[in-house]
Design a protein. Structure first.
Length: 352
């Protein structure tokens, strides 16, 4: 790649240098005074050659990019002859440019797609964790508010003796105000009127106090019952009881088959109504103990409510026969959704 044609007399290099050799380009084709000899730096200012590993890799890369690979083929043929050099270059173009380069680009594209998918999944996971954290904080605030309701902010109701003393005191003050200086000389009409007004005030105060007393007693009893129900529905024993009922209901549903006897139909119907009643009781207990707002915060509670309502509608339509059998069989599929209540347990959250 460093031989070219020089003038034998003037020592000038040919105007458009090209490699030459015994089996390649012949300088005699230019003129009789032209000879092939060293030293020429090579094509492309000496960059395109196979003198060392670095320049060889650069030359191969140039051919793989299909940028001037035919010129390189002609340079090699001029220097060495046109015997088998074309096999090397054609194979390099087919395998390198059309196969290896596309393979590398495909691998890089796949890796970038994986990273993009990971980044998207990471972002979705962060959004989900943030949403769960907000829901947990909201649930904690609702629990805190519910517990704060248990504190009796009302004052203790006055005792009957105290109310009677206050009433008598009012009556005495009224009599004194009405009688003036005639207290010691007998009761006047004004004192009688003041006593009657005092008694009326006393009766109204006693009635109002009786209503407030019974209302506060009912409110304390209601909050105590809600606190007990809330403690019960949040316990592990209650949760596993519901899970056992769900599996029992699933087992009963699994016994249904073609050409089953009548007694099995009756058994499945009665057990279905029994389980619907139990799950409805569970829903109402949670609504009562947590409140409607606290109940519907949880997505699982909304799911339970949907399943219970669908089951109740299915039972009503089955017994009243207001819907064709096909529609009823479709509604019966709602029963199978009860199995997904199991996924509410914290352990199953890590299986995703």
């Amino acid at each position: 790649m460093h031989k070219t044609c020089f003038h034998n007399i003037t020592e000038d290099m040919m105007e458009d240098p090209t490699p030459c050799g015994e089996g390649g380009f012949q300088c005699s084709s230019i003129g009789v005074n032209w000879v092939c000899r060293y030293y020429w730096e090579g094509p492309n200012a000496g960059i395109t050659n196979f003198d060392n590993f670095g320049l060889s890799m650069l030359t191969v890369f140039q051919c793989i990019t299909l940028e001037g690979w035919t010129d390189m083929l002609y340079y090699i043929e001029d220097a060495m002859g046109s015997n088998w050099q074309w096999i090397y270059f054609v194979s390099m173009v087919i395998l390198g440019a059309f196969f290896v380069m596309n393979l590398i680009l495909g691998v890089l594209s796949g890796e970038f797609s994986k990273e993009r998918t990971k980044a998207k999944s990471r972002g979705d996971f962060q959004k989900l964790r943030e949403k769960q954290r907000i829901e947990e904080d909201l649930k904690g605030y609702l629990d805190w508010i519910t517990q704060a309701e248990d504190i009796d902010t009302y004052q203790e109701p006055p005792s009957p003796g105290k109310m009677m003393s206050e009433g008598l005191l009012k009556g005495t003050r009224a009599m004194l105000a009405g009688s003036g200086s005639s207290v010691f000389s007998g009761l006047s009409p004004n004192s009688t009127e003041g006593c009657i007004e005092a008694n009326i005030d006393y009766v109204q105060s006693a009635s109002k106090s009786w209503y407030n007393q019974h209302f506060r007693a009912y409110d304390r009893l209601n909050r105590k019952m809600r606190r007990s129900c809330r403690k019960a529905v949040k316990s592990q024993a209650f949760y596993w009881l519901i899970i056992i009922l769900v599996f029992l209901n699933t087992g009963v549903l699994a016994t249904e088959h073609y050409h089953q006897p009548q007694w099995l139909d009756d058994f499945q119907e009665y057990t279905n109504m029994f389980f619907v009643a139990l799950f409805s009781l569970e829903m109402f207990l949670k609504m009562y103990s947590l409140g409607l707002q606290g109940y519907y915060v949880s997505l699982f509670n909304r799911f339970d409510c949907f399943v219970v309502i669908g089951s109740v509608v299915e039972v009503l339509l089955t017994n009243t026969q207001l819907m064709p059998p096909l529609g009823i069989s479709v509604l019966r599929c709602v029963r199978l959704l009860r199995v997904f209540k199991v996924t509410k347990y914290d352990l199953f959250k890590y299986l995703t």
